[in-house]
Design a protein around this ligand. Structure first.
Ligand code: PMP
Length: 340
C-alpha cells in the first residue's frame, strides 16, 4: 500500500518534532559522594512525552501497511501519555480518537486529551479499571473503521525505542566519551526498557538493564498481581505487559512513590528541570543501579519521560515526609551538561 503524498508529508513534518531529544549529564553528590547520572529529556517531544515516539511509529506503520485510512477512529486504553500522543497526532492526521482510561486519573490528563479533540471514556474500578479499559477498547476495535494501536502488545512499541531512543543514547553517550554500564527505566508497557536494551546490548552486551517498579505496589515482583496503590503515574500498571521479558532483564529496582516525588521536586527546584514523578523515580533508580554494580562511577542512563504539568493537582506539589530508606534527601544536585 502506498501512502498518499499528503500523508507522507505530514509524517515527515511530525518526525522533525519527535525524538532527537537532549541528553543531560547530571552531576550530583549522593551521601556526600560525587556521582553522575545520564538522562534523556523526553518532554521535548511533540506532545510532551516519550510516548510520541511510539504513537508516531505505530501510526506511520499503520498507514504504510494500509490498516488505517484518513477519518478512521483510533481507540486506545491508556493511563495518560499514550492517549495524549495519539490525541495530538490523530488531530493532525485527521483521525478521531477515543481514549479509555481509569476514572481516577487526574483532571489535567483528561482535559489535555479533550483539548486535542479526543473523546474520553472513563472506566470505573467496578468496570475493571485498567484491564477493563483495554477490554472496552478491544470491543470498539472489533468494529469496521476503528484502529487499535494496542501499545501493551504491539512490537512497534519496542521497535520505536530500539530505532530511536536507544540509538540516540549510544550516539550522545559517545559524545560525552562514555560507554554505558546500565540502563534503568520504570516499566509501564515496557517498550522503553526493552527497546533501549536491545539497541545498546548490540554494541555493549554486558550493559545491564534494570526495570523499575514502585515499591508501594510492585507489579513485576508480584507476578502481575495488584497488591497496592502507588502515585508514580505511567508505570506499575495492573499487570505485566506481553512485551516485557523479565528473563532478559536484570534486577527489578524498587522506588517508593514519596521518595520519587521528593526527587522530582528537587530536580525542579535546584536544576529547573520540571519533571514528572516517574522521572524522579528513574533518577533514584539510576543511583540504586550504581550501588548494585558496586561502582559509583558506573555510567547509568535513564529517561525523564514527561514534565510536571500533568501533576499540578497531585501530591507532586507537596513535599513528602521522609521515611527510613528514602534517598532523595541525601542527593545534592550540582549541575548538568547538555548534548543535543
Ligand atoms: N513514565 C511515564 C510518565 C509514562 O507515561 C510511561 C508510559 N506509560 C512510562 C514512564 C513507562 O514507559 P513504557 O510504557 O515504555 O514502559
Amino acid at each position: 500500500m502506498v501512502i498518499s503524498k499528503n500523508m507522507a508529508e505530514k509524517f515527515e513534518q511530525l518526525a522533525r518534532m519527535i525524538g532527537n531529544t537532549p541528553m543531560l549529564e547530571i552531576s550530583l553528590k549522593y551521601k556526600g559522594e560525587e556521582r553522575k547520572v545520564y538522562s534523556k529529556i523526553e518532554y521535548y517531544n511533540y506532545s510532551g512525552s516519550i510516548k510520541d515516539r511510539v504513537a508516531y511509529n505505530i501510526m506511520k506503520n499503520a498507514y504504510e501497511v494500509g490498516i488505517i485510512k484518513e477519518g478512521d477512529r483510533i481507540a486506545e486504553a491508556t493511563s495518560g501519555n499514550t492517549g495524549i500522543s495519539f490525541a495530538a497526532i490523530g488531530a493532525y492526521l485527521g483521525n478521531p480518537v477515543t481514549i479509555f482510561m481509569p476514572d481516577w486519573m487526574t483532571k489535567e490528563r483528561v482535559n489535555i486529551m479533550k483539548s486535542f479533540g479526543a473523546t474520553i471514556r472513563l472506566v470505573s474500578k467496578e468496570e475493571g479499571g485498567f484491564t477493563g479499559s483495554i477490554e472496552l477498547a478491544n470491543t470498539m476495535g472489533a468494529k469496521e473503521g476503528v484502529f487499535l494501536p494496542q501499545q501493551f502488545s504491539n512490537p512497534i512499541n519496542v521497535a520505536a525505542h530500539y530505532e530511536t531512543t536507544g540509538k540516540e543514547i549510544l550516539d550522545q553517550l559517545s559524545k560525552f566519551e562514555k560507554t554505558p554500564d546500565a540502563i534503568v527505566a520504570g516499566v509501564g508497557t515496557g517498550g522503553t526498557i526493552m527497546g533501549i536494551k536491545k539497541s545498546i546490548q548490540e554494541f555493549y552486551p554486558n550493559c545491564k538493564a534494570f526495570p523499575l517498579d514502585p515499591s508501594n505496589s510492585p507489579t513485576m515482583a508480584s507476578g502481575g498481581k495488584i497488591i497496592g496503590k502507588h502515585r508514580i503515574a505511567g508505570i506499575g500498571d495492573e499487570f505485566i505487559p506481553k512485551i516485557v521479558k523479565l528473563d532478559e532483564l536484570d534486577d527489578i529496582i524498587m522506588i517508593d512513590d514519596a521518595d520519587a516525588i521528593n526527587m522530582s521536586r528537587k530536580l525542579a527546584r535546584t536544576l529547573g528541570l520540571g519533571v514528572g514523578i516517574s522521572s524522579g523515580a528513574n533518577f533514584l533508580g539510576a543511583l540504586k543501579a550504581q550501588d548494585i554494580l558496586e561502582n559509583k562511577d558506573s555510567v547509568v542512563v535513564t529517561v525523564f519521560a514527561d514534565d510536571n504539568k500533568k501533576y499540578l493537582s497531585t501530591d507532586l506539589m507537596k513535599e513528602q515526609t521522609i521515611k527510613p530508606g528514602y534517598m532523595a534527601q541525601d542527593v545534592e544536585l550540582i549541575g548538568f551538561k547538555t548534548i543535543k
